[in-house]
Design a protein around this ligand. Structure first.
Ligand code: SF4
Length: 76
């Protein structure tokens, strides 16, 4: 199954918690409330990971709701 490469730009993230409220399957509060990828899908860094495609709706909801455009999603 295809995976989604998800990244959170911590320079842009303002820790408002919108993404982890909308999509807790993928995002959680990290240091200072910055959004990080949950451990299950996390890559080498807490702000990036690979998520199964069946969570695309959830990830997209978070991405479009993020007020600063900090979340990027790429299909692999
Ligand atoms: S919605 Fe955007 S600004 Fe808010 S915590 Fe998530 S990544 Fe950060």
């Amino acid at each position: 199954m295809a995976k989604l490469k998800v990244k959170v730009d911590w320079d842009l993230c303002i820790s408002d918690g919108v993404c982890y409220a909308l999509c807790p399957q993928v995002f959680e509060a990290g240091p200072d409330g910055k959004s990080q990828i949950v451990e299950q899908y996390r890559g080498a860094n807490p702000w990036e990971g690979e998520v199964p495609e069946d969570l695309e709706d959830c990830v997209e909801q978070a991405r479009t709701a993020c007020p600063t455009g900090a979340i990027t999603v790429e299909k692999e």
